[in-house]
Design a protein around this ligand. Structure first.
Ligand SMILES: *Cc1c(COP(=O)(O)O)cnc(C)c1O
Length: 412
């Protein structure tokens, strides 16, 4: 294959478990031998020879600026809603709550559809578009469905979306508005995933489930590329990431490997990756604690952090491998504390955290109590979505003023 311009550096796809190579020119889902996810592999030596940091600096501030490290061959096939680079905010008041001098939040809620799922879906749908696919399906805990619906609409593709019946109403409605065929299911996301597999032979759709196709992870990888560039290639010491299916964490870790291969990182020391889960659904945290590489299904999964309600993750071993290789940890924070942390972050810093990210704050508290993060370390937390998408997570009733009576302003 040939490199044309800034695109086309993919060499092949490679099974994450057995290493078997697969053809990147063909439509692929899981490894044909062992049914595990596929990595996208690049000719990094060629990228290194071609791409410079200076060239990068002059490009538009979207995730597509990393074209050489992304799987598109034909830029004309990109389906985009302007996936902007997201800001990294210093949060000193919030940091002080944890006795930390350098706490940062990377605010992914600015992305199209209000969550970082846009990165993965922009890439998966762009690649599906390039491969000539026109019908896609996904099981979703909420935001993946919203993002898929939006990008499929933008691409002119037909989308089928399956979600647990108690998925946040906003996610149900955004899928409807985008014209996706949207179904509620009286089960969990794993049941929805089974339905997508079952319907495939009849409906002929492409399954864009988390890690069941190779490209969503490449979209999420841009979180790692982007934060590296924003930190002038000197990565933070610790990254806290709310983990459901784990694509974000796996993708970021892959980004750091690739940047290392390009010789772009300021130091060989990479961030300790912290996989944060809620006590209401913590299969990865449990597996980590037990020293296991594959996670057992988490029974009776229940959390208002809907993006974390993934009782069994296809990429469990990829998450656990990355966490361990980084010297990090997977841990569960109390479900009951989620509203507290959402209010804490928004009232101290004005940043509306999704409940998934509130879980990271609970985890950070535990890390500090156990002495696993030091006061002067640079700690980065991902705000993966907008609090505004989760009205259900805030139960408070505001006081009501009665216009028919005189108001006692001293009591207001
Ligand atoms: C999906 C989702 C997560 C979990 O992301 P994974 O990469 O699947 O682990 C976290 N937060 C929000 C807001 C999500 O929508």
């Amino acid at each position: 294959m040939s490199n044309h311009g800034t695109h086309g550096f993919v060499t092949h796809l490679e099974c994450a478990l057995c290493g078997k190579p697969h053809d990147a020119e063909q439509v692929q889902n899981l490894c044909r031998s062992c049914q595990k996810p596929l990595w996208v592999r690049y000719d990094l030596a060629a990228v290194k020879a071609r791409l410079t940091k200076a060239a990068l600096a002059g490009r538009p501030f979207t995730m597509w600026r990393y074209a050489e490290l992304l799987p598109m061959r034909d830029p004309a096939k990109i389906v985009s809603l302007a996936e902007t680079m997201t800001p990294i905010l210093e949060v000193n008041k919030l940091g002080a709550e944890f006795g930390l001098e350098h706490l940062y939040i990377k605010d992914e809620s600015r992305l199209p559809t209000g969550s970082f799922k846009a990165r993965g879906m922009a890439m998966a749908i762009s690649k599906a578009n390039e491969l000539g696919l026109t019908r896609v399906a996904v099981p979703t805990a909420g935001n993946a469905g919203g993002a898929l619906a939006a990008y499929a609409a933008r691409a002119g593709m037909e989308a089928y979306i399956f979600m647990p019946q108690d998925t946040p109403l906003i996610n149900q409605k955004e899928c409807f508005l985008s014209g996706a065929h949207t179904f509620r299911v009286n089960g969990l996301i794993t049941d929805c995933g089974r339905l997508v597999g079952e319907g495939k032979p009849v409906k002929g759709w492409f399954d864009v489930s988390t890690l069941k196709e190779p490209y969503r992870i490449e979209g999420k990888k841009t979180m790692g590329l982007e934060l590296a560039e924003q930190f002038q290639w000197a990565l933070p010491d610790v990254i806290l990431y709310p983990t459901g299916g784990g694509t974000g964490l796996i993708g970021m870790w892959k980004a750091f490997q690739e940047l290392e291969a390009l010789g772009w990182l300021a130091s060989p020391k990479k961030p300790r990756m912290v996989s944060c889960q809620s006590s209401g659904c913590a299969p990865i945290a449990v597996a980590f604690e037990h020293g296991e590489r594959f996670a057992k299904k988490f029974e009776n999964a229940a959390t208002i952090a809907s993006g974390l309600r993934v009782p069994a993750a296809v990429g469990d071993f990829m998450i656990l491998d990355a966490v361990r290789a980084s010297g990090g940890i997977a841990l569960a924070a109390p479900e009951a504390d989620i509203p507290h942390w959402m209010r804490q972050a928004a009232s101290l810093e004005g940043i509306a955290l999704c409940p998934e990210t509130a879980v990271c704050l609970g985890a950070l508290k535990l890390l500090r109590e156990r002495g696993l993060v030091q006061p002067q370390e640079r700690v980065l937390i991902f705000n993966t979505g907008a609090a505004q998408k989760y009205p259900e997570a805030v139960q408070e009733q505001l006081p009501l003023l009665d216009v028919g009576r005189p108001i006692d302003w001293t009591a207001v």
